[in-house]
Every structure is written in structure tokens, then in C-alpha cells.
Design a binder for this molecule. Structure first.
Ligand code: UT7
Length: 334
């Protein structure tokens, strides 16, 4: 406990993607689709796909290391690692493996699962630990390797997903809190719209006792319903966050949404009256990387020099659960 009743600053970011690139042309060799359909309906051109030597833990550790380097913080000074993922290498969690790979020996580490909303859920969760003074340096990672769980014969989903990891470093500050608003939401009544379900078969052990043994089944999605949900809930939650922060959309420098569909990002920007130049998008390069998409996109924009210290970012994640979450924060050390 550092007893610093503080705010949170987001002071470093990093990312990592697998080497192999899967293009729209490649996908059109696998299922009946085309570059034209995929790009016009989603904005995607390419995605990165993990090979057998690239694990979720490794990608996460590289992203976190890059974020720590930018923040100028040693791994040994990290207090907590939160790994937002739905595709852990190990159902018991992969955060401890990441802690070990990073050499963050004093850090506690745990996984958090909220699908494509996971990164913003984890950022808000990290802020609670920092604000109470329990932890000072917290690494928040969003990482997924959904390619493991894609049905490569289903053209309605297999063209969408890619793999990757992104991370930010959050630190306590006695100065103003830079996470100026944030909230998390869930609606389990729509749970069946997007799933990666466990399916089992009964196996009799002894009389009257059976166990259920099975595995997870590939992703299924009702794309239209999820689209409708996203374009309704994301602007609403961002408007609430702006109200909470006491700002208007004119004060927003960048809109940083989960990268599920360029058309969703454009529709949200339009509803919030934000010009297209303020929408951060890497969907063409990476596709939908689930929990990784927001920190991956942030990292690219920071390293390209687009996002500058002090800029106000409105971020929103949405997806399976269904879950959604918005946060407004000021980027960087300034
Ligand atoms: O990350 C979690 C959150 N996920 C999302 O937010 C995803 C939200 N949903 C979406 O982004 C869109 O619904 C999709 C991109 C998934 C689909 O776009 P759509 O405009 O809603 O297409 P659709 O599902 O209504 O399909 C339109 C047509 C259908 O053909 P018919 O029935 O009109 O003849 C589909 O069979 O497009 C067909 N289709 C395809 N055609 C070529 C579906 N997938 C493909 C494909 N290539 N890959």
C-alpha cells in the first residue's frame, strides 16, 4: 500500500502482433468471399495470425515490455498486471506466465474476461486499485488469439478476427486524475448473440454420477444484432461519460473504439458529431483483435506521432456478454 490517495495517469503503451499476415485474398481462397465484400462491409484488409510458436502469453509480455520501456519503468517496479483476454493459453489464467516472462517479480497478476470490452474493463479496474492507494504501477494488457477459435469454414465470422496484444502502463499521480470518466455495462439477456461456448458429453463415472467432458466450440455470432447493439449502446455510454467528465464532443481529440467494423466506428463518430479525422483506426491492418484492438490502435497512433501527451481520448469497447464500456482519459506524461 502506498497510501497515495491519487489519480491515475496512462504513461506508456506497447503492442505486439504475430508475424503471419492473412489477407482478404487469402481468405477468398478459403471461403466464398472477396476483398470487395470484406473491405466494403468491415474496412478490413489484413489480420495477423499466430503460429504454433507464438502464444498469447508471449505476445502479451512483448506488448507489456514495450509499454514499460516507453513509460521508463522497470519490470521489477510493477505492482499489478491485469491481462484482459478471452483466449488464455491456460484456463487457469495466463497473467502469471506473463508476469514471469516480463520479470515483474513483485507484481500480482490476474486475468480478466470481458471479451472485446476487456481492455476498457481492465483499465477501469486498474484505476480502482491505484485510486485506493493499494498499487502504484499497474500494467493493463488486452490480448487475444481468436484465430484458435474461428470456424474457418464460416465466412460470416472467419474474415473478421485477427490476433495481437496491446498494453498500457498506469501509474498513481498526486496531480489531477487523467482517467476523467468511465463506466462498465453488461446485458446477459443478449448473451446468445456472440459465443465461444463450452460443449460437453456426459461420461458415467459410477452409478448416478456423470461428469461432463468436452471443449470449447468455434465462435458463433449474430452479426446484425451485435451491430445494432453496438451503434446504440456505444454512443449512449460515451455521451454519459462525457457528461460525467463535464466535457462535450468538441473537447475530444480522438475517438478510440474497439475495432470491430469501420462502419460502426463511422456511425458512432457521426452520432457524436466527431469528424472522421478524429477516429483512430487500424482495422485495415489488424482486423478485429478483440481485447487487444484498443491498446493496439492506441500504440500505433502514439508511435506515429498522432496522439500527443495531454490529448483527450474517448475509448469504448463492446462485444460478447454482451458487454460494453467507455472511458475518457488524457494520454501520456505531460
Ligand atoms: O468484436 C465483437 C463485436 N462484433 C461486432 O461488433 C460485429 C458486428 N457486426 C458486423 O460488423 C456485421 O454484421 C458483419 C460485418 C459481421 C456482417 O455484415 P452485414 O452487413 O451485417 O452482413 P450480413 O450478415 O447481413 O450478410 C449480408 C450478406 C448475406 O448474404 P445474403 O443472405 O444477403 O445473400 C451473407 O451471407 O453477405 C453474406 N456474407 C458474405 N458474403 C461474402 C456474409 N459474410 C460474407 C463474406 N463474404 N465474408
Amino acid at each position: 500500500m502506498n497510501n497515495l490517495k491519487t489519480g491515475i495517469a496512462v504513461i506508456g503503451c506497447g503492442s505486439a502482433v504475430p508475424q503471419n499476415q492473412l489477407t482478404n485474398e487469402h481468405l477468398s481462397q478459403i471461403v466464398e468471399t472477396s476483398d470487395d465484400w470484406i473491405s466494403s462491409r468491415t474496412g478490413m484488409k489484413n489480420r495477423c495470425i499466430s503460429s504454433e510458436t507464438e502464444s498469447l502469453s508471449q505476445l502479451s509480455a512483448v506488448a507489456a515490455k514495450n509499454a514499460l520501456d516507453m513509460a521508463g519503468i522497470a519490470a521489477s517496479d510493477v505492482d499489478l498486471i491485469i491481462l484482459a483476454t478471452s483466449t488464455s493459453d491456460d484456463l487457469f489464467g495466463s497473467a502469471s506466465k506473463v508476469q514471469h516472462l516480463l520479470g515483474a517479480t513483485k507484481a500480482a497478476a490476474f486475468d480478466l474476461t470481458a471479451a472485446c470490452s476487456g481492455f476498457v474493463f481492465a483499465l477501469i479496474t486498474a484505476a480502482q486499485y491505484i485510486r485506493t492507494g493499494m498499487y502504484y504501477n499497474v500494467v493493463v494488457i488486452g490480448a487475444d488469439v481468436l484465430s484458435r477459435w474461428v470456424d474457418w469454414s464460416d465466412r460470416s465470422t472467419c474474415v473478421l478476427f485477427g490476433d495481437g496484444a496491446g498494453a498500457v502502463v498506469c501509474q498513481g499521480t498526486t496531480d489531477r486524475d487523467r482517467l476523467i470518466a468511465g463506466a462498465m455495462y453488461s446485458d446477459g439477456s443478449q448473451n446468445n448473440c456472440l459465443n465461444l461456448l463450452y460443449e460437453s458429453q456426459s461420461q458415467s463415472l459410477v452409478e448416478d454420477i456423470t461428469v461432463q467432458s468436452g471443449t470449447y466450440q468455434p465462435i458463433t455470432m449474430n452479426g446484425k444484432e451485435v451491430y445494432r447493439f453496438a451503434v446504440a449502446k456505444v454512443p449512449e455510454s460515451l455521451e454519459k461519460a462525457m457528461f460525467q467528465a463535464g466535457i462535450t464532443s468538441e473537447d475530444i481529440d480522438w475517438l478510440l473504439l474497439h475495432q470491430a467494423n469501420q462502419r460502426i466506428m463511422d456511425a458512432v463518430a457521426k452520432r457524436l458529431k466527431l469528424p472522421a479525422e478524429k477516429v483512430l483506426s487500424k482495422i485495415a491492418d489488424y482486423g478485429n483483435t478483440s481485447a487487444a484492438s484498443i491498446p493496439l490502435t492506441l500504440d500505433a497512433a502514439v508511435r506515429e506521432g498522432k496522439v500527443k501527451p495531454g490529448d483527450t481520448i474517448a475509448a469504448s469497447g463492446f462485444g460478447a456478454g454482451l458487454t460494453w464500456s467507455s472511458a475518457i482519459f488524457k494520454w501520456g506524461q505531460f
